[in-house]
Write a protein that binds this ligand. Structure first.
Ligand code: GLN
Ligand code: ZN
Length: 759
């Protein structure tokens, strides 16, 4: 048996923006030209130093550095190794070049942005190709290490590991595999490690989250070679390889056998499987094990007693054992105690970043000194957990007991029969035109909402303003000659928050900001208890809009999967059950819309694919509940009521079958940028219902010409029957301006008329 030293308490990263979102403000002021680079950099340094002191005073034994970023840590890594695309390398210098990669500059598009694993954080995708020449610029990690050391704090620099960096990168031409550049990249990591050691670093953390996704044996071989090569260097800090978000699977024995000194492993959520697996391979004797036992990406107070039990199991499996959160605390808000309006009982169930650090420190004390040393904390924690279990907010018998039969999960009739009933009712032409829901969120609309919140605008005046907007949106669509209208969603701040505010079981925070990308922060609602719908949510707006026009107006809802994906979800029951509750609430809303005479109802599910589990093996179970919750929400309607859904992406891959199973009468999708490629995929999959492949890429204000739209439509009609195709933009128009919306929709209607006459 190896002897284990209990080590310290640590975390891998911490929210970057500061308690008052100072970083956002300083960065945006710099972008707007109101301040200079020095002002921004000194604001950033100030934030980092405060954070260091805060984490030290909270009792962490080892604090990370270089987890901070002015925009994104993957972008920082690209910068670190000089992976700067040619188009950015000619833009300004320093900060301006960095921000050009992040946000673009005049005529120069930025790097592509995509989701960081299955979180709601977005990173910038490094662009690499066969002629990428790496050059090391270690300024950031060295500076951040040195400034902490000056304050007497020996930090552990955190750097994205070489394997994950390459696996997350892309060759924009699609002709080479970035991983092929590994041999070219490794000398830079060796150089970096040497320089960090020279600066005094004892440990470095190399993050390899890509190893929790399915990787072929060939990649795992490269992992083994890489860490053998890095560890073979004499002048370097000790290496801690960190992974998080899911289980390591086949990568675990590879890392365990590698000569690195430490592993940081997630033991929460789907990654709990790491525990048994680690025991099965005999642990990592002689290595430092950093145990992520406090979930770093949810907002729930940890079960400290259970975490201690996990730590007890791990104790015999490693050379030394540290306690940590499971991943960077970047993914959670800063501090629950800032929330003054939260129900105090609910607040007691929550742990944001500051509270999670305290949990980690408590667990370290418990591990080192025994449970008696933390008896008070354990007692308090047990009380909070018990109050959550027993709370009538959490468990509402009427919601839990609501029966769902098999018949509730399917439309009464098959699509072909529904189609006839819908045609008889709606009498739409071939290639009906529509939009995805939102019209521009003008500054007047946002102002009205702010005034309402500030109490300067009465509810009645606010509603009047919204109705006026709906009138103008309906009139504009009638004038343009759109076939199926929308009310424009002026009353919605956000497609999830709007419903979360009206559903029982969801709670909102005031300061719960989480970085989505760059300076964009979101405040996800929290699903704290059983979900139900106290009253109709959208019926008044939709019926008002419908009353203004003889044309059909779509009712507009956000689907259950998306409601979960963009919220913090409860951890005390399977997600499938939470989704079922949201679905039932939406089912009632759908029924009310139908009874109010709304003939077309769209239930958006833009998050369906982004929440796909990281491991292939978990996907079927996810898709099963995702599809079931959609059909539960939508299938209670009569044949002649048309159900639409919408998703914002063009690559479906593994979820195509799920989309067929959702059995929406019509699905609208992003398609313009890929020149309708999705239509071919749907044809190949024999997609049986109707499709609206987007003909306008709404991500830019560019107005596509009539000819361009005709081109898209002819491409679509070449492989898909015109009488099952719809014509619409890629997504909602809320971020667009009215000039391009009017111009494009006019072109869209003209193009449609031209293509209709072909048939
Ligand atoms: N109905 C929503 C809108 O138009 C859909 C948004 C989305 O797909 N993300 O804004
Ligand atoms: Zn969309």
């Amino acid at each position: 048996m190896t002897s284990t030293n209990t080590g310290g308490a640590t975390v891998y990263g911490y929210p970057r923006q500061g308690a008052n979102r100072q970083l956002k403000k300083a960065t945006e002021a710099y972008w707007a030209g109101r301040t200079d680079a020095d002002t921004l950099l000194s604001a950033a340094r100030d934030l980092r130093l405060r954070r260091l002191v805060e984490l030290r005073d909270a009792g962490l034994d080892e604090i990370p550095s270089n987890d901070f970023s002015l925009y994104d840590h993957v972008l920082d890594t690209a910068w670190l190794v000089g992976a700067i695309p040619r188009r950015h390398a000619v833009v300004g210098e320093g900060l301006d070049r960095y921000f050009a990669m992040a946000r673009g500059a005049a005529d120069v598009p930025p790097l592509e942005m995509t989701k960081w694993f299955d979180t709601n954080y977005h990173y910038l995708v490094p662009e690499l190709g066969p002629d990428t020449e790496f050059t090391l610029d270690p300024t950031k990690p060295l500076t951040e290490f040195a400034e902490a050391l000056e304050h007497g704090i020996l930090t552990r620099p955190v750097v994205l590991g070489p394997i994950s960096f390459l696996l997350l990168a892309k060759d924009p031409t699609g002709t080479s595999e970035p991983l092929a550049l590994l041999d070219r990249l490794l000398p830079l990591y060796i150089d970096l490690l040497g320089q960090l050691r020279a600066a005094g670093a004892e440990w470095v953390q190399l993050d390899e989250p890509a190893l929790v996704t399915d990787q072929p044996a060939a990649v795992l071989e490269r992992v083994a070679e890489t860490y053998a090569a890095l560890a073979a260097e004499r002048v370097r800090p000790k290496i801690l390889v960190a992974s998080y978000f899911d289980r390591l699977g086949d990568a675990l024995p590879v890392l365990a056998d590698s000569p690195v000194e430490g592993l940081a492993i997630d033991f929460t959520g789907p990654a709990v499987a790491n525990l048994e697996h680690l025991a099965a391979i005999g642990g990592v004797p002689g290595k430092r094990l950093v145990a992520g036992v406090v979930n770093g990406r949810n907002i729930w107070a940890a079960d400290l007693a259970a975490a201690l039990t996990t730590l007890d199991t791990l104790y015999g499996l490693a050379g030394s054992l540290d306690v940590s959160a499971s991943c960077s605390l970047l993914h959670v808000p800063l501090d629950v105690t800032l929330e003054r309006d939260l129900h105090p009982e609910i607040a007691g169930w929550l742990a944001f970043a500051r509270q999670k650090v305290a949990e980690v420190v408590t667990l370290r004390v418990g591990l080192a000194e025994g449970r008696a040393a933390i008896a008070e904390a354990l007692g308090d924690n047990a009380d909070r957990l018990a109050s959550r279990v027993g709370s009538p907010i959490v468990r509402v018998p009427e919601v839990r007991d609501r029966a769902v039969t098999d018949a509730d999960l399917h439309r009464a009739s098959p699509y072909e029969k529904r189609r006839q009933a819908q045609q008889a009712r709606l009498a739409l032409p071939d290639l009906p035109t529509t939009t995805i829901g939102s019209f521009p969120q003008t500054s007047e609309l946002r102002k009205a909402r702010a005034e309402l919140r500030a109490g300067r605008l009465s509810d009645e005046a606010y509603e009047d303003a919204m109705r006026a907007e709906i009138r103008s949106v309906i009139a504009a669509q009638e004038e343009l000659g759109i076939d199926v209208l929308v009310h424009g969603e002026p009353e919605r701040n956000d497609m999830v928050q709007y419903f979360a505010e009206q559903l029982a079981g969801f709670v909102a925070t005031r300061h719960g900001w989480v970085q989505s990308y760059g300076t964009r922060y979101v405040r996800p609602p929290i699903i704290a208890g059983d979900v139900s719908r106290p009253a109709p949510m959208t019926v008044e707006w939709s019926t008002y809009a419908a009353s203004l026009t003889p044309r059909p107006v779509k009712g507009m809802l956000t689907g259950p999967v998306t409601m979960l994906a963009w919220s913090f979800v409860r951890d005390d029951q399977p997600e499938a059950e939470t989704a079922r509750q949201v679905a039932l609430a939406l089912r009632d809303e759908v029924a009310d819309l139908e009874s109010a005479g709304i003939a077309v109802i769209q239930v958006d599910e833009p998050a369906l694919r982004e929440t796909l589990p990281l491991r292939q093996a978990d996907r079927a179970a996810y898709l099963e509940w995702a599809v079931t919750s959609f059909t539960l929400a939508t299938s209670g309607v009569r044949d002649e009521t048309q159900i639409h859904t919408h998703m914002c992406y063009a690559e479906f891959g593994d979820v195509l079958q799920a989309i067929i199973d959702m059995d929406a009468d019509v699905i609208s999708l992003e398609a313009a940028r890929s020149n309708m490629a999705i239509v071919t995929d749907l044809t190949a999959a024999a997609y049986p219902n109707e499709v609206g492949p987007g003909v306008w890429d709404i991500h830019s204000p560019r107005v596509p010409s009539v000819e361009e739209i005709i081109g898209h439509l002819r491409t679509a009609t070449a492989s898909f029957p015109a009488n099952r195709l719809w014509v619409n933009p890629d997504c909602g128009l809320k971020t667009r301006g009215y000039p391009e919306v009017h111009a494009t929709l006019a072109n869209l209607v003209t193009a449609t008329a031209a293509v209709r006459s072909d048939h």
